[in-house]
Design a protein. Structure first.
Length: 389
């Protein structure tokens, strides 16, 4: 299973093509629209989310509510394109049009300048349009398809925010389950497990917005009912935690990943980190703790996956930092595009769907998956074998 995305932030539409899905997977457009709506929510979102109302159009690979096994094409139209038809026109335009919304004052922390240097753009908008987080719309759309596949195999995921711009939001993580996270964090627009902190965090975000600044934070994604043995220790590029780490860091503004205790493990002794193994006739093998976040040797070990990603503050500031005009090389304040004081809850939705995508890819790679019925049977047979080991 693989996918590609295409489209610019203010272009006519965004597109994703998924190839390698099993035939016969039950799928509805609404399965995807639910995730797209989640991505557009969350406290702290800005004006663009008021313009767009993302709805997917499926133009290939699906018939009568089931996948065909052929490439699945997903399209999401950009309503804002109606204001950008000349500026983003694919055909040649007059010089006067080219000057409209031309970007020559790159934003510190954004791809603007380096993209222009690499691809020889005199208008840095050519970089901005593709490097925009608007691209994550299709990452979520692809993830929604992946989540549908996983759900039909009994695998579920959820996310919550554990740190808002330096403010820790939950005292203990040890007793959390995917079910609890969905129930608690899914009930508020901050993705908080501890809802008693909601008023404090909203006031903090409002204050950041008044200052013209932005904040990042840390998001945690958990996945449950993932069988042991996904991924492999035999080669570096087959390790599943490495694949997930790469996918998470590929999300706009994400700068780091950790599993389980993560970096804290470097401050502890081995006896405080390793998860002791136990066995029961009913459950088979399990661990007494989950400090390693469900991974050993690059493979899932049967425990819940615990993955955290750190998101830097959004680089577009309403009180911009200093930059340099690429036409004159004179110092200027950076350009201001439409932005949010924070997008952490939405970023959590993106990360959740990105992790789901990697898991679905790994499952389709490991098991026979020409048809979804074939995949289900192979998956169930594998789980039964693990239990008897």
């Amino acid at each position: 299973m693989r996918f590609f995305t295409a489209g610019e932030s203010h272009g006519p539409r965004l597109t994703a093509i998924i190839e390698g899905l099993p035939a016969g997977l039950p799928l509805q457009a609404e399965d995807i629209n639910i995730e797209l709506k989640r991505r557009q929510g969350g406290y702290g979102r800005g004006g663009r989310m008021k313009i767009e109302n993302d709805q997917v159009e499926i133009t290939s690979g699906l018939r009568h509510g089931k996948t065909l096994g052929s490439p699945l094409t997903l399209n999401v139209s950009n309503r804002d394109f109606s204001h950008w038809t000349e500026i983003m026109a694919p055909e040649a335009v007059d010089a006067s049009v080219k000057k409209q919304r031309k970007l020559t004052k790159p934003r510190p922390g954004h791809a603007d300048l380096v993209g222009g240097m690499k691809y020889e753009f005199d208008d840095l908008r050519n970089t901005l349009e593709r490097s925009s987080a608007r691209e994550t719309t299709m990452r979520v759309a692809v993830g929604a398809v992946a989540k549908t596949l996983l759900k039909n195999l009994g695998i579920d995921l959820a996310h919550h925010v554990v740190n808002f711009g330096g403010k820790e939001t939950v005292a203990s993580l040890s007793d959390l389950t995917v079910e609890k996270i969905k129930e608690r964090a899914g009930s508020n627009d901050l993705s908080l497990v501890d809802t008693s902190r909601a008023a404090e965090i909203r006031a903090y975000i409002d204050d950041i917005k008044k200052k013209g600044d932005t904040i990042g934070g840390i998001v945690e994604v958990r996945a449950t009912n993932v069988p042991a043995g996904l991924g492999s220790y035999v080669h570096y590029d087959r390790k599943l935690d490495a694949k997930i780490a790469a996918a998470v860091v590929s999300i706009n503004a994400f700068k780091g990943v950790e599993f389980g205790l993560g970096f804290e493990a470097g401050r502890l002794q081995g006896s405080q980190v390793m998860d002791e193994i136990c066995w029961s006739e009913q459950a088979g093998y399990s661990r007494k703790s989950n400090n390693l976040g469900g991974f050993e040797g690059g493979m899932t070990n049967g425990e819940d996956l615990i993955i955290r990603g750190v998101m830097k503050p959004i680089p577009t500031l309403y009180k911009p930092l200093m930059s340099v005009n690429t036409e004159t090389h004179e110092p200027y304040k950076a350009s201001v595009e439409r932005s949010d004081p924070t997008a952490l809850p939405a970023a959590g939705v993106v990360m959740e769907n990105v992790v789901a995508t990697v898991l679905a890819q790994e499952i389709c790679d490991k098991f026979s998956s020409d048809s979804f019925r074939e995949l289900q049977e192979a998956f169930q047979k594998y789980n039964a074998r693990l239990k008897k080991f």
